[in-house]
Design a protein around this ligand. Structure first.
Ligand SMILES: *Cc1c(COP(=O)(O)O)cnc(C)c1O
Length: 228
């Protein structure tokens, strides 16, 4: 059952945090509901979930009509510029920003409705051709530009590790993201006054414990919660 799954996942998160001497409430669980029904999402809310991750704007809009602001909405999938207006309406955090064109569009739509949109920059830490994201080499240049837009708030970085059997083998990518955050922090916080650039969105069902031990404070977990 979903409530049992959530208890199991949050237990593993707490244990993992304990292991590295970090308070368990420092890691935010984002329940990835892209394949879940609204009924299952309701069960998750009853079991204590406060944030959902969706990867398609249109699906999220439909679910949001029912669930509304009883949960926070996080966009974790690729965002097309023509969906930006809808995305800015409902998402509290967009994890997948990977181009200046998108930054511009989000800034414009946020300004239109008087919102400051929180975003993360997606980094392609593994360099896989199939993955979206800014390359680590280009991140600094990207941030120097992106930080100038006043209706967005860059709060950290996100990455998706390669799918592998052995979660330990993706540790270097998580470690690289943490180092990139540290390296780019002075730029973002220096230019965008008052911004807290501190989030690392990394870790999914297969690798979240490795991600937490490398500094993740946002884990995006789908299958371990919603599949049987
Ligand atoms: C689907 C998805 C997840 C969740 O993956 P699980 O393996 O089901 O935990 C996390 N992040 C992104 C970007 C996804 O697309």
């Amino acid at each position: 059952m979903i409530a049992d799954n959530i208890r199991y996942v949050t237990g593993r998160i707490s244990k993992c945090c304990e292991g590295i001497g970090m308070p368990g409430d420092k890691v935010k669980l984002i329940a990835v509901s892209k394949e879940a029904s609204v009924a299952h999402m309701e069960e998750a809310i009853s079991a204590g979930v406060i944030a959902f991750g969706e990867n398609r704007v249109q699906d999220a809009i439909l679910k949001h009509r029912v669930i509304g602001d009883r949960a926070q909405w996080h966009l974790i999938g690729h965002l097309q510029t023509n969906k930006t207006r809808d995305a800015v309406k409902i998402f509290s955090l967009i994890h997948s920003v990977d181009s200046l064109k998108l930054v511009q569009e989000i800034d414009k739509e946020a300004s239109r409705i008087g919102k400051r949109q929180n975003i993360l920059v997606q980094v392609n830490a593994s360099g896989e051709k199939s993955k979206f994201g800014i390359s680590p080499m280009e991140l600094m240049g990207f941030l120097k530009e992106a930080v100038l837009y006043s209706n967005i708030n860059i709060t950290g970085l996100m990455t998706i590790a390669p799918e592998v059997e052995d979660a330990e083998s993706v540790r270097p990518y998580f470690n690289a993201l943490r180092e990139l955050l540290a390296k780019t922090k002075p730029i973002v916080e220096g230019i965008a006054n008052g911004t807290e650039y501190s989030n690392l969105s990394m870790g999914m069902t297969n690798d979240f414990e490795v991600a937490i031990s490398e500094g993740s404070n946002m884990v995006r977990i789908g299958r371990a919660i919603f599949s049987k």
